[in-house]
Design a protein around this ligand. Structure first.
Ligand SMILES: [Zn+2]
Length: 421
């Protein structure tokens, strides 16, 4: 695992679409063959392929020369933040703000006073109504910011603050001069894309933190970066698929969108996407009758970040299952089944980790603090597939900037590489 490469990947992955494009670039360079989702496929044993699904989900896979186990590692391409609403211009107090909608469970205050930029997809008028032209855009430079109210006007700010999601989180984008028109934002998009504002019919634009990711610590043992949830997992899945030779069976890196808002979308994990992918793969190989057996004997790794033990908040962690930064990836467990897994699935992961010399720890919620959930349980239930939730322990989860130990990325990548091998 090359830390600088990982930081560069984070810098490029500024919206779910851009995460997919950054992953595609790596796969293309490694000679993976690109497929089209709606077309028939002609796959071969020994081949390596990828297919983008609706732009923000990506399925990449290797088919071994020999038959063998089906192995899937799944992660998500989206992250908490803001989306720009249509007609977003709000003019107030000499400034132009952009009307935004929070996306996912973000820590609101962490987005204040930071340089922010915009990235996403823009739909232009096409040849006919059903075929708009999709263009991707990343402004890639500081454009907007959400300034905090001065302490002098909010003396209780250090006693905890609540922020109104509609009125107090509007990013400032410009000074409101005479030249600012009613379609200011469309004009900015058009300028960046080199088209006219009239051609733009709609957009999916994400507000992202454009602060540089960095290594940190006296021994450079940490990584401080935006979007570690879940780019740690995306990068580990892609790296592992590149490194593993996969002589037998099929290895799939399944990168879904919309985990932060429940996964129930056509490009999310709680859809028929993976089922359809496997159907297409087995059909193309002429192995339809083996599909059910392979799924029954297959295995899923659901890869998403875990809560690391926060040294300033020891009491917030479980007394005995509290992953420490730098001591390996976490195997996640919840009696509620918010995380996928059981004794057998954990045994599989632990044995693989031992073979890979990848250190691991276990994470369980404190019983009086409900944790989060992720996509593993949905994929496992929809496909009727065994699986286990794992991930890198991080601090500041869902902050605009998150924190982890660099060594844990290596442990995670080693484990998934062994899984795919
Ligand atoms: Zn996540």
């Amino acid at each position: 695992m090359n830390t600088q490469e990982f930081l560069a990947f984070i810098k490029e992955s500024t919206s779910p679409y851009h995460t997919v494009m950054a992953a595609e670039k790596i796969l293309k360079a490694a000679k993976f063959q690109e497929l089209v989702w709606g077309e028939p496929w002609k796959l071969k044993a020994g081949g390596a392929y990828f297919v983008s699904v609706f732009g923000s989900a990506l399925m990449a896979f290797r088919i071994g020369k020999k038959k063998g186990m089906l192995r899937i590692a799944a992660a998500h391409t989206d992250f908490p933040g803001f989306r720009i609403k249509p007609s977003p211009e709000i003019k107030e107090g000499g400034c132009v703000m952009l009307n935004v909608e929070p996306y996912g469970g973000l820590i609101q205050s962490s987005w204040l006073d930071r340089p922010l930029s915009l990235a996403g997809s823009v739909a232009l008028r096409g040849e006919d109504a059903f075929h708009p032209v999709t263009r991707f855009v990343d402004f890639g430079r500081p454009l907007v910011t959400i300034p905090r109210l001065a302490i002098h006007m909010n003396r209780k700010v250090n006693e905890g603050e609540t922020l109104n999601r509609q009125t107090e989180l509007l990013p400032i984008a410009a000074l409101n001069g005479e030249e600012i028109s009613e379609t200011f934002f469309l004009e900015q998009l058009a300028k960046e894309l080199g088209c006219s504002a009239e051609e733009i019919l709609s957009y999916d634009m994400t507000v992202y933190s454009c602060e540089e990711p960095c290594v940190l610590g006296f021994e450079e043992e940490f990584i401080s970066a935006p979007r570690l949830d879940n780019l740690t997992s995306v990068k580990a899945c892609v790296d592992a698929l590149l490194d593993a030779r996969t002589e037998c069976g099929t290895a799939v890196a399944a990168l879904f969108d919309n985990e932060e808002v429940g996964s129930r979308t056509k490009q999310g994990a709680n859809s028929s996407l993976l089922d359809e992918l496997l159907r297409k793969v087995y059909e193309s190989l002429g192995r339809e009758e083996e599909r059910t057996r392979d799924i029954a004997q297959g295995f899923l790794l659901s890869v998403d970040v875990a809560h690391g033990l926060h040294p300033n908040y020891m009491g917030k962690a479980d007394p005995t299952n509290r992953p420490k930064l730098g001591e390996g990836f976490a195997i996640k467990q919840a009696a509620s089944q918010a995380y996928v897994g059981d004794a057998e699935a954990q045994a599989v992961v632990k044995a693989l980790a031992d073979e890979a010399f990848a250190p691991y720890q276990t994470y369980v919620n404190r019983s009086d603090i409900p944790g989060g959930s992720t996509l593993g349980s949905m994929v496992s239930a929809n496909l009727c597939l065994r699986g286990q939730d794992i991930g890198v322990p991080i601090l500041a989860m869902h902050s605009a900037r998150e924190f982890m130990a660099a060594a844990d990325q290596e442990a995670l990548t080693d484990l998934i590489t062994k899984f795919f091998a």
